[in-house]
Design a binder for this molecule. Structure first.
Ligand code: FES
Length: 161
């Protein structure tokens, strides 16, 4: 687990990368999330201080964009697209299968911190629907069998696809 001083140190380095530019707040938050897989409150406070802006402003932005998470997330973030194109191609059944495979509901993280499950709207790959995005990797034309295969491989520590 990352400690507070480590979080502050990493956050300061991120802000420094953008030369402390207030207008880079979104990019700073993206980098913080990439570093910790979510936005720790200590990082948000450190970012606000380093950028010279109120913490409330940082939270405003952090909570506005659904891509940001204020809750710790698992090592692998599984996003099921529930946009219209994916929905008509069976996204609900994929969600159901994923919930049963991981034993968690959207918004939850497995007890071993390995997986978090989320539902999202269109991820811009409608022709490939139903789509599941795991971390940054897109998996199109999802089927029940593919859910088992992909999750099985990740659990074994292998490649995602
Ligand atoms: S609706 Fe799923 S990618 Fe567009």
């Amino acid at each position: 687990m990352t400690n507070v001083s480590e979080i502050r140190k990493k956050t300061k380095l991120i802000v420094k990368k953008y030369s402390g530019d207030k207008s880079a707040l979104i990019a700073v938050l993206q980098d913080i999330q990439e570093a910790f897989n979510y936005l720790p409150k200590d990082a948000l406070a450190a970012a606000a201080k380093a950028l010279g802006i109120p913490v409330s402003r940082v939270y405003e932005v952090a909570t506005f964009y659904t891509a940001f998470s204020l809750k710790p997330r698992g090592e692998h973030v599984v996003k099921i697209c529930m946009g219209t194109a994916c929905h008509v191609r069976g996204a609900a059944a994929i969600q159901d299968k994923m919930e049963r495979t991981l034993c968690i509901k959207p918004g939850e993280t497995t007890p071993d911190q390995k997986f978090s499950l989320e539902t999202v709207n269109c991820v811009g790959a409608c022709a490939l629907g139903p789509v599941v995005v795991i971390n940054t990797e897109y998996h199109g034309q999802m089927t029940m069998a593919k859910v088992d295969k992909i999750i099985g491989k990740i659990k074994e520590g292998g490649a995602q696809s």
